[in-house]
Design a binder for this molecule. Structure first.
Ligand SMILES: Nc1ncnc2c1ncn2[C@@H]1O[C@H](COP(=O)(O)OP(=O)(O)OP(=O)(O)O)[C@@H](O)[C@H]1O
Ligand SMILES: [Mg+2]
Length: 216
């Protein structure tokens, strides 16, 4: 691909951003937003997690969904525990991401219930112990709730920087209704614009404790 040479681009070509500048901006947004959410106190986190369950109940696609992937929160992320409990009570079949044991950088979605043996993965996040009989392909899932660091007004998503969700979901057809990707975030994680890369998988929906953002 031919990129414009910054030395000869007109100063007004404002959508041109050298890659290094874009990476620096992505890094800066990650730092700022992670810091903001880490500063939420336990009471605020508690309220947010409960409010999220209320918001989730307003999502019709969730009522009709059976196979739903969630994740275990860390780093000041919105606590998914009350949502997980609610979905279990609704009789949904739940899945958690596990780091792919043979293909670095990819996730597998593994069935999870209260009896599932768990361990800490290399990032210190609780995940089910590998069990090949409990793996579900992303296309077989109805809804995938996704963590994120920042989202913008177009539903663009910035994660922690590992590219795990981007890689794992890259093979999904763009127009497919299934699985429905739903980002979960505190409202303080919304930014004006996420500088995107071609591999970033956008979010049709983002659920915050305050509202449902529909970017479809
Ligand atoms: N589909 C893909 N194939 C190969 N490499 C990829 C793919 N998607 C992302 N990557 C690589 O992963 C790295 C991190 O990507 P990115 O900064 O978008 O992570 P992220 O979206 O913050 O993370 P995550 O997806 O885990 O939430 C990039 O260097 C990129 O090259
Ligand atoms: Mg990305």
């Amino acid at each position: 691909m031919l990129l414009p040479n910054p030395a000869i681009s007109p100063a007004s070509s404002d959508n041109f951003q050298p890659d290094a500048a874009k990476q620096a901006l992505r890094k800066q947004i990650r730092q700022q937003v992670r810091q903001a959410r880490q500063q939420l106190n336990a009471e605020a986190q508690n309220q947010a997690a409960k409010a999220l369950v209320q918001q989730a109940q307003l999502l019709p696609e969730l009522q009709h969904a059976q196979h739903i992937a969630l994740y275990m929160s860390n780093d000041g992320e919105l606590d998914t525990a009350p949502l997980l409990l609610y979905l279990q009570q609704q009789g949904k079949t739940l899945y958690l991401p596990v780091l792919h044991p043979f293909t670095p950088g990819y996730l597998l979605f593994q069935r999870y219930n209260a009896q599932t043996p768990m361990h800490l993965n290399q990032f210190g996040i609780r995940e089910p112990k590998p069990d090949v009989t409990a793996i579900m392909l992303p296309v077989q899932l109805d809804v995938i709730f996704m963590p994120l660091v920042a989202f913008d007004a177009q539903g663009q998503r910035l994660g922690m920087g590992g590219g795990f969700y981007d890689r794992t979901l890259s093979a999904l057809p763009k127009t497919s209704q299934k699985p429905l990707l739903v980002g979960l975030a505190h409202q303080c994680q919304q930014v004006e614009t996420v500088p995107t890369e071609p591999w970033d998988v956008p979010l049709p929906l983002v659920l915050t404790p305050e509202q449902l953002w529909d970017f479809r």
